[in-house]
Design a protein around this ligand. Structure first.
Ligand SMILES: Cc1cc2nc3c(=O)[nH]c(=O)nc-3n(C[C@H](O)[C@H](O)[C@H](O)COP(=O)(O)OP(=O)(O)OC[C@H]3O[C@@H](n4cnc5c(N)ncnc54)[C@H](O)[C@@H]3O)c2cc1C
Ligand SMILES: *[C@@H]1O[C@H](CO)[C@@H](O)[C@H](O)[C@H]1NC(C)=O
Ligand SMILES: *[C@@H]1O[C@H](CO)[C@@H](O)[C@H](O)[C@H]1NC(C)=O
Ligand SMILES: *[C@@H]1O[C@H](CO)[C@@H](O)[C@H](O)[C@H]1NC(C)=O
Ligand SMILES: *[C@@H]1O[C@H](CO)[C@@H](O)[C@H](O)[C@H]1NC(C)=O
Length: 520
C-alpha cells in the first residue's frame, strides 16, 4: 500500500513539472478563492501557536468572516513542542517528567501565561525552589563560591547590596523599564498593533535597537555605568545559565532577558502541554513524522490574468498545494530544497548545549562542601573569571538539583555544558548514578551584537511572494525573529505577527473579523 502510494506520488510530481502553466491553473483553481490553505513547517512553539492564531484570525465557524483558512502542521519528529520537550525521570513515568529543553517563562510572558490560564494548565515554580532542602544559587569559579544565596530573601538582598552596591538597585529599575517597553509594543489588545515586516522594524517598534548593537558588557558597563563586578558576576551568571554565553560576546538584550528569568514559571506536566493545546484548539491537521523535503513555488493566473503564487509542499509520501507557507523552524536545520535562495548573509551560527540528566547521589566534596551547605543551583563563572578552571575551561555551565527522590535518597540533577560530560567528570561530581541521559541540542543562535551598519542583515521574514501588493500569497519565516532573541514566548510573538502579516495581505478588500490580541 505504502509502496503503491509512493509510485503515485512520483507519477504526480512528474506530471506536475511537465505541465504547462495553463494545465497547472486548472488543477489548482478548483478551490474557492475565499478558502486559503496554509502549511506550517514545524510543530514547536512557533508552529503550534501560529496555527492557533490563524484559526482565531480566519475561523471556519464564523459566517461573517470571508476568508476561511485550513491549516496543516508538518512535524518531522513524533511529538509536538520541538525544543520544548520532556523526558520521564529514570525512564519511569511514575517518577514524573523533567524538561529536556526550554523550561521556564516569566510572569510577563503574556502569551504563555494566558495560554496556561485559558487551557486550564497548572503552573509551577522551578522544581526544588520551594523545597526545604533548597539552598539557592551559588556562583562557582572552580575553586570557591564567589557568591551564594542563603535562601532568606532579605539577607540575600542585603548581601547583594553589600557586594555590588548601587548597581544592583539601579539594574532592577533598568530591567523593568525595558520589559515595560517591550510589553507596550507587543501586547496591546487592539487592531492597531503594527505588523512588522522584518526584524529591524520589530526592534524599532519595541524600542530595542540599542540593545542588540552592543555586547552586554559594553552596554551595561560603558554606556550605563553598572559596576564591572556586578556585570561579570551576577549578570553573566544569568546569561550563562540561560544562553551559555558570556557578557563580552552576548548582546545586551540577551543578558537582560536572562536576568528577567529569575522567579519564573513552568507548566505542570511539561510546557509541551501548552503547544499540544495550541495545536488541538487550532483545528489544524497535524502530520507527525512528516519531514518536508522540498517546497516548490508555482505561479498560476486568475480569470483576470493576475499572477498568484502557490506552494507545493512535498514529503516522502505526500504532495499538497498551499496559498501560504510558514516556516516555523530555524532555516539552517530544516533541510528543505527550495527553488530560490533562502539563507541570507545574516544567518547566525547556533550555540550547542549539552544537557545531561542524572539521578544519583551528588558528592558535594567536589565543591569543598557537605550536603547541608552545597547550593542547589550552581553556575560556573565566565570570562574573565576562569583562572581556577583546568586550562581556563569550565567543565560545566550549570549544575542544578531539580528533585529529590525520597525512596532512593537520590537527587535528579540537570546539567548544561558546552561539551559532553564524560563519565570521569560525572564520577567526580557524584558518589553514584543510577540514570544518566545525554542530549545534544542545537539550542539557540549565538546572540552576538549586530552593529548598526549591518542592520539590514537580519534574516528576511518574507522568503517568497507577497510582492508589491500584486501577489497576496507567499512564504514567511517566523523564526527570523529568533536571530534576535530565542525564547518560547518570543516565538509565539513572532508567529502572531506572521498571522497579522497574512491579514494585512488577505483582508485588504475583503471582510475579516477583528483579530485584536489574537485570543478571541
Ligand atoms: C536546552 C535548552 C534550554 C532552553 N531553555 C529555554 C527556557 O528556559 N525558556 C525559553 O523560553 N526558551 C528556552 N530555550 C529556547 C526555546 O527552546 C526556543 O526558543 C523555542 O522552543 C523555539 O521554538 P520554535 O517553535 O521556534 O522551534 P523548535 O522548537 O525548534 O521547533 C521547530 C520544529 O520544526 C521541526 N522541523 C524542522 N525541520 C522540519 C522539516 N523539514 N519538516 C517537518 N518538521 C521540521 C522540528 O522537528 C521541530 O519540532 C531553550 C532551548 C534549549 C535547547
Ligand atoms: C494576558 O495578557 C494580557 C495582555 O494581553 C495581560 O494584561 C494579562 O495580565 C495576561 N494574563 C495573565 C494571566 O498573565
Ligand atoms: C546602538 O544604537 C544606539 C541607539 O540607536 C546608539 O545610540 C548607539 O551608538 C549604537 N551603538 C553602536 C555601537 O553602534
Ligand atoms: C519562484 O520564486 C522565485 C523567486 O521569487 C521566482 O524568481 C520564480 O519565478 C518563481 N517560480 C515560479 C515557477 O513561479
Ligand atoms: C550512593 O552513595 C551514597 C553516598 O556514598 C551511599 O550512601 C549510597 O548507599 C550509594 N548508593 C548505591 C546504590 O550505591
Amino acid at each position: 500500500m505504502h509502496w503503491l502510494s509512493s509510485v503515485i506520488v512520483i507519477a504526480l510530481i512528474t506530471a506536475f513539472f511537465s505541465c504547462s502553466a495553463a494545465q497547472v491553473q486548472q488543477t489548482v483553481l478548483q478551490a474557492s478563492p475565499r478558502e486559503k490553505h496554509v502549511a506550517i513547517i514545524g510543530g514547536g512553539a512557533a508552529g503550534t501557536s501560529a496555527a492557533y492564531w490563524l484559526n482565531n484570525a480566519f475561523p471556519k465557524d464564523k459566517g461573517s468572516n470571508r476568508i476561511k483558512v485550513s491549516t496543516t502542521i508538518y512535524e518531522r519528529s513524533n511529538y509536538l513542542g520541538g525544543r520544548s520537550t520532556i523526558v520521564p525521570i529514570k525512564d519511569d513515568p511514575s517518577l514524573g517528567f523533567i524538561e529536556l529543553g526550554a523550561s521556564i517563562f516569566i510572569e510577563r510572558n503574556y502569551n504563555l501565561m494566558n495560554a496556561t490560564e485559558r487551557f486550564g494548565l497548572e503552573r509551577k515554580r522551578m522544581v526544588g525552589e520551594n523545597h526545604q532542602n533548597n539552598k539557592g544559587l551559588g556562583i562557582w569559579n572552580g575553586k570557591e563560591f564567589i557568591f551564594e544565596e542563603s535562601g532568606n530573601d532579605y539577607w540575600d538582598a542585603a548581601k547583594i547590596l553589600w557586594r555590588y552596591g548601587y548597581s544592583a538597585i539601579k539594574f532592577k529599575n533598568h530591567l523593568t523599564s525595558i520589559i515595560d517597553r517591550f510589553i507596550d509594543g507587543v501586547y496591546r489588545n487592539d487592531d492597531d498593533i503594527p505588523v512588522f515586516h522584518n526584524v529591524g522594524e520589530a526592534l524599532e517598534q519595541f524600542g530595542l535597537e540599542c540593545l542588540v548593537n552592543e555586547t552586554a558588557a559594553d552596554y551595561l558597563v560603558q554606556r550605563h555605568g553598572f559596576s564591572e563586578k556586578f556585570v561579570q558576576e551576577i549578570i553573566q551568571t544569568a546569561s550563562r545559565a540561560n544562553y551559555g554565553q558570556d557578557v563580552d560576546s552576548l548582546h545586551a538584550f540577551g543578558a537582560l532577558v536572562s536576568m528577567a528569568a529569575s522567579g519564573s514559571w513552568s507548566t505542570k506536566g511539561g510546557n509541551i502541554k501548552i503547544f499540544e493545546e495550541f495545536a488541538k484548539r487550532s483545528g489544524a491537521t497535524v502530520k507527525l513524522e512528516s519531514t518536508v523535503t522540498e517546497i516548490q513555488n508555482i505561479t498560476i493566473y486568475d480569470e483576470a490574468g493576475n499572477p498568484e503564487e502557490r506552494y507545493i509542499v512535498i514529503t516522502d509520501d505526500s504532495m499538497d498545494v498551499y496559498d501560504a507557507v510558514l516556516i516555523a523552524a530555524p532555516l539552517h536545520s530544516v533541510n528543505i530544497n527550495f527553488p530560490f535562495s533562502t539563507i541570507s548573509p545574516a544567518y547566525r551560527k547556533f550555540h550547542t548545549v549539552h544537557v545531561t540528566m542524572i539521578a544519583g547521589v551528588p558528592d558535594p566534596s567536589y565543591f569543598g562542601r557537605i550536603e547541608k551547605t552545597v547550593p542547589t543551583m550552581i553556575v560556573s563563572t565566565g570570562a574573565p573569571l576562569t583562572d581556577h578552571f583546568d586550562q581556563s575551561e569550565q567543565p560545566f555551565t550549570t549544575f542544578a538539583i531539580h528533585k529529590y527522590l525520597e525512596d532512593t535518597g537520590e537527587s535528579v540533577v540537570k546539567m548544561f555544558s558546552s561539551k559532553p560530560m564524560t563519565d570521569e567528570q560525572l564520577d567526580q561530581l557524584f558518589h553514584n548514578r543510577s540514570w544518566t541521559l545525554r542530549k545534544e541540542w542545537e539550542a539557540f543562535p549565538k546572540l552576538s551584537p549586530i552593529t548598526s551598519s549591518e542592520e539590514d542583515e537580519w534574516p528576511s521574514m518574507v522568503l517568497n511572494g507577497f510582492d508589491q501588493g500584486k501577489n497576496e500569497n507567499g512564504m514567511l519565516y517566523i523564526n527570523a525573529f529568533e536571530s534576535c532573541i530565542s525564547t518560547m514566548e518570543t516565538e509565539t510573538v513572532a508567529s502572531k505577527n506572521a498571522v497579522r502579516y497574512l491579514r494585512e495581505q488577505w483582508c485588504e478588500d475583503i471582510y475579516c473579523i477583528p483579530f485584536r490580541d489574537g485570543w478571541e
